[in-house]
Design a binder for this molecule. Structure first.
Ligand SMILES: [Zn+2]
Length: 148
């Protein structure tokens, strides 16, 4: 059973895949979802191979990016940054009335400071010791482009 958070994430990925042209080759209807266990990206253009991440969040106002978005595991993200590897990021926002917006940040506009490690989960947690990160949108707020 998918959790509400997973369902929201799946919805956001499908929205991007069905409505956004590929930022690289500009073709439409070429974006495909990657399998859930594919770690570095969520979607791929099956014409040019452009990889992107998609983050979806529930917000009060879809015109305003939230301060923080929940990222994934910190270890791989830190290693990618050390290697200078960044992936284009779509941020899909949805409000309770059903309005949505799609915002895009290309890889070359991303900076290490926008990825901030969180404290490792405490000993009592299900995944004790696991460390995640947040994406701080404040750092790059004016670099996002609103697509829809
Ligand atoms: Zn493409």
């Amino acid at each position: 059973m998918a959790t509400a958070k997973q369902k929201l994430g799946d919805w956001g990925e499908k929205l991007v895949a069905s409505t956004c042209a590929c930022p690289s080759c500009k073709r439409s209807k070429t974006t495909r979802l990657l399998p859930p266990n594919f770690k570095c990206a969520d979607i791929i253009c099956d014409f040019c191979g452009y990889l992107s991440q998609v983050k979806t969040a529930r917000v009060k106002d879809v015109r305003v990016l939230p301060k923080n978005l929940l990222g994934a595991a910190w270890g791989p993200q830190r290693e990618r940054m050390q290697a200078g590897v960044y992936f284009p990021l779509y941020v899909v926002l949805k409000d309770n009335a059903g309005n949505s917006s799609v915002n895009f940040l290309s890889a070359d506009l991303q900076v290490p400071e926008m990825f901030q490690s969180r404290n490792p989960l405490s000993a009592g947690a299900k995944r004790a010791g696991w460390q995640g990160f947040t994406i701080n949108c404040e750092v790059v707020r004016d670099r996002f482009v609103r697509l829809s």
